[in-house]
Design a protein around this ligand. Sequence first.
Ligand code: LLP
Length: 397
Amino acid sequence: MPTNQLSAIAATYGTPVYVYDANKIKTQYEKLVNGFSVLDTRIFYASKALTNLHVIKYINSLGCNIDCSSINEVKLALHAGVKPENVLYTSNGISFAEIEEAVEAGVHINIDSLSNLEKFGKKYGHSYPVGIRLRPNIMAGGNLKISTGHNKSKFGIPVEQIAELEQIVKDNNIFIRTLHIHTGSEIKDAEVFVKGIEVLFDLIPHFPELEVIDLGGGFKVPYMEHEKETNIAELAQKLKQAFADHPLANGKELQVWFEPGKFLVSECGYLLAEVNVLKQNADVIIAGINTGLNHLIRPMMYDAYHYISNLSNPNGEEKKHMITGYICETDTFASDRMLPEIKEGDILCIHNAGAYGFEMSSNYNSRYRPAEVLVKDGEAILIRRRESFEDLLKNIV
Ligand code: LLP
């Protein structure tokens, strides 16, 4: 997005503010649609990455389905006008009551424990087609905290428990429509998805009513300048080949579902913040900005790199800076980062902040959560007001 447009938004709406570029979301969605055109595919946006109702509505208006990770995300998607048949609830560690609510809502469900599957079977038998989330025992992902498919992970039903799983399905005559796996986030290598589907190929013959293979999300986006995103067209070709190499026992063509979050909304997002104070420290200038780990926790939680630009002085002399937040805790956004010289009052822009940015924000230190602005068709629209003091008090009794 052009620098002057971002600066204008900071001037109009104040800082800190999250800005989302609808055009970028559309470009990313089109990459998925075109890349996967060689396979029978459905895309479900993993809304946990960014749940603002306007973003969900916009993504759904492009033709994309919505994936949810809590019953409240399901309710948000339905509230946004998404049809239940286009909503998927991939649960993890939840109570059976939430599964019952999801059934009442009529959405697709992936169940991730034997105990919930058994309860589901006892209550619904064959009447409600359902998916099962499996743990493929594959280690992949940007770092351990976002790796979910390995053999020590809490996610999914371990594939080695297939005998117990099959027994529960048989005893309760459950209609298994989907086999699901999600190995992790930030997976660039197409081979990881191929490995995942290979694990599932062995299991397909156990589920004769199967219609869908759901390979989850986790496509990589480039956070650092030299990084590349997952090549979707290459991945689609590899999966197509894998299917061709494994003629299915029941002769049925299976549909493939994906649940990308970051790929759709990471790069569309910018967090704009103002420089409160400068401190000179040895050979580095410390720039303290009016945001912190309460608004963007990724650098502190995952050691994530986010590109930062200085909107107020883009052509200034490059100097070594440390960019820190205003929380009473170490919340460093960047260390030893060469940036055009920063002055107090400058507006900095933290890039690639659309996914798991606002969404993971909090009121730590009793700070307000920031405003959110969506830029669509050249127009900037406020889609969430900045919080106010009343918000800090509203649930206190
Ligand atoms: N499907 C399932 C079942 C998931 O658990 C996730 C993410 C996704 C899809 C979407 O993954 P994505 O395409 O966004 O990588 N907060 C972390 C990422 C946590 C991902 C959790 N699960 C971060 O900021 O890196």
